[in-house]
Write a protein that binds this ligand. Structure first.
Ligand code: PLP
Length: 433
C-alpha cells in the first residue's frame, strides 16, 4: 500500500472507510482530523472555495426555509428560466436549443449524463478525479486522450483525439462521448476558442457528443466565460453549479444543459434523476434563483473573488518556478499543477512518495498527479490555493487592491499558502543544496 492518502487515513481513521472515498474528499477529511489533533497543516489538497456565502443568498435561503414540498424532477421553472438567461448572457449560448436541468451538485449530473449516453468515454489526461470512477461504476470503458499543457493553455492534440476515436473503433470499442473541462482541474489551464472550435469540429465529424464540465467557467481569470454550447450546440451537454464561483459547494446545487435535438436524451436523464434524487431541496432552488439573475452584488462577488483566486494561484505558480519546478501559470479556477521531476527525482520515485513525504515531514497536504491519471513516476502534484480565510481576504481585497506588491498581498491574505511555499523551498534546498 503505497498510496499516501490511504496511509494517512490508516493513521487517522478507518482504512476500510477511506479506501472507498474519492481522493479529494479523503484528503480533506484526514486533514480536518489531523488539525483537530492540534497539528499544523498547510492544506493544498482539497479544492473548496473559501469565501463566505453571499448575503443575498443567505437571505433568500432563510426566506424560503418553509418551502417543504417536492419540486419537479427537472427543477424549479423560475430557476430554469434564470439559468437559461444567465447562460445566454454570459456565454452567448442560444438557450432555445437547450433544456436546463437542476441536480444535487454537478457531480451527480455528470454521472447521470454518462449513464444516459451509452458507450465508451473519451477522457483527456490529466482530468478530474471522479470522471473515471464514474465510468467504472457504469461499466463504461475509458479511452485516454493526450493533452498538451503550457502557459498558452490546455490543448488537445487534434490528431491524437482523432486517432483515439479511429483506433478505438477499429479495436471494437464504442466511443460515444468526450468529457472536456475548462478552466481545468487539475491544471488550472483553459482552452482557447480556436482549440475549442477544432475539438467541436472533430466531434461533429465523428458523431461524438461532448459533455462540457464548465463548473469553473465563471472563474476564468480574464472574466470571460466561454462555453462549448455556443460552438457546438447540437452536440454539447453542459454542467455547472454554485460550488466554485459562489463558494457554495455544500449547498449541492448543480445545473445541466441538454441539447433539445438529441431526441430521447432528456427523457433518459429525467428517468435517472427521478429514480436517484427526485428533486433538489426546495429552499436551495428558490435561493439559487438569486445567483443567476445578474444582481450587482453577486456579480461583484464573482469578479472580486475571481481576482483573488488569480492573485493567489498565479503567485504560487511563479514562486514554484522560482525554485525550479515546471509549472504553467494558471488561467482560471484555483489550482496549480507543478512538476518537480527535474528537481526531486533523485530522492522520490513517484508523485505518491513525494505527496506522502510533504505531508509527514513538512505538514503540506497535496494530491499526487497519479490521482488525475498522470504516470506515477512523474513528480506532479495538484495544489489547491484555497487555504485562507475568505471573509478576511475579501475585505482586505476591497480596501487594498491595487496597492502594494502581489507578494505583500498574498502574505496578508493567505499566510498558510506562503507557509506551504516555504516548505517546498526547504525541501528542494535540502535535496539540491
Ligand atoms: C472539475 C470538477 N467538476 C465537477 C466538480 C463537482 O462539483 P459539484 O458536484 O460541487 O457541483 C468538481 C468539484 O470538485 C470539479 O473540480
Amino acid at each position: 500500500m503505497n498510496n499516501p492518502i490511504l496511509l494517512i487515513m490508516k493513521q487517522h481513521a478507518s482504512l476500510e472507510y477511506s479506501q472507498h472515498l474519492s481522493p479529494t474528499l479523503a484528503i480533506n477529511e484526514s486533514v480536518k482530523r489531523i488539525r483537530d489533533e492540534g497539528r499544523r497543516i498547510f492544506h493544498m489538497g482539497f479544492g473548496e472555495a473559501p469565501f463566505p456565502a453571499p448575503q443575498r443568498m443567505i437571505n433568500a435561503l432563510q426566506a424560503h426555509a418553509d418551502r417543504k414540498s417536492y419540486l419537479p424532477v427537472m427543477g424549479l421553472p423560475e430557476l430554469i428560466e434564470a439559468v437559461a438567461d444567465h447562460q445566454n448572457q454570459h456565454a452567448g449560448v442560444d438557450t432555445d436549443q437547450y433544456d436546463v436541468v437542476i441536480g444535487p451538485g454537478s457531480k451527480l449530473i455528470l454521472f447521470a449524463m454518462q449513464m444516459a449516453i451509452p458507450g465508451d468515454l473519451l477522457l483527456p489526461t490529466p482530468s478530474w478525479v471522479s470522471y473515471r470512477p464514474q465510468a467504472d461504476l457504469l461499466q463504461q470503458r475509458v479511452i485516454e486522450v493526450g493533452t498538451i499543457l503550457s502557459d498558452e493553455g490546455y490543448k488537445f492534440d487534434g490528431q491524437s483525439l482523432l486517432e483515439s476515436i479511429v483506433t478505438s473503433r477499429s479495436q471494437g470499442l464504442n466511443p460515444t462521448k468526450l468529457l472536456v473541462n475548462f478552466p481545468n482541474n487539475p491544471s488550472g489551464l483553459s482552452i482557447s476558442n480556436d482549440d475549442l472550435l477544432d475539438v467541436a469540429q472533430i466531434c461533429r465529424d465523428n458523431g461524438i457528443v461532448i459533455i462540457s464540465d464548465e463548473i469553473y467557467g465563471r472563474l476564468s481569470f480574464d472574466h470571460t466565460y466561454r462555453s462549448l454550447a455556443a460552438l457546438y450546440p447540437e452536440g454539447t451537454l453542459v454542467t455547472s453549479g454554485l460550488s466554485k464561483h459562489l463558494s457554495l459547494g455544500g449547498w449541492r446545487l448543480g445545473i445541466g444543459m441538454i441539447p433539445k435535438n438529441k431526441s430521447g436524451l432528456l427523457n433518459r436523464f429525467n428517468h435517472i434523476a427521478s429514480e436517484l434524487w427526485s428533486s433538489v431541496p426546495a429552499p436551495i432552488q428558490y435561493a439559487a434563483i438569486e445567483a443567476y439573475q445578474g444582481h450587482d452584488d453577486i456579480e461583484r462577488f464573482i469578479f472580486d473573488t475571481t481576482d483573488i483566486h488569480a492573485t493567489v494561484n498565479q503567485y504560487i505558480a511563479h514562486e514554484l518556478r522560482a525554485i525550479g519546478a515546471d509549472c504553467a501559470i494558471p488561467q482560471g479556477g484555483f489550482y496549480t499543477w507543478p512538476d518537480f521531476s527535474k528537481l526531486l527525482s533523485k530522492r522520490f520515485g513517484s508523485s505518491e512518495d513525494l505527496s506522502f513525504h510533504l505531508l509527514n515531514e513538512h505538514g503540506v497536504a497535496t494530491l499526487p498527479g497519479s490521482a488525475f491519471g498522470e504516470p506515477a513516476s512523474t513528480l506532479r502534484l495538484r495544489l489547491s490555493g484555497c487555504d485562507y480565510d475568505g471573509g478576511q481576504a475579501l475585505q482586505q481585497w476591497e480596501t487594498h487592491k491595487g496597492q502594494g506588491s502581489v507578494s505583500d498581498m498574498v502574505n496578508q491574505i493567505a499566510p498558510n499558502v506562503v507557509g506551504a511555499l516555504n516548505e517546498f523551498r526547504k525541501l528542494t534546498e535540502s535535496i539540491n543544496g
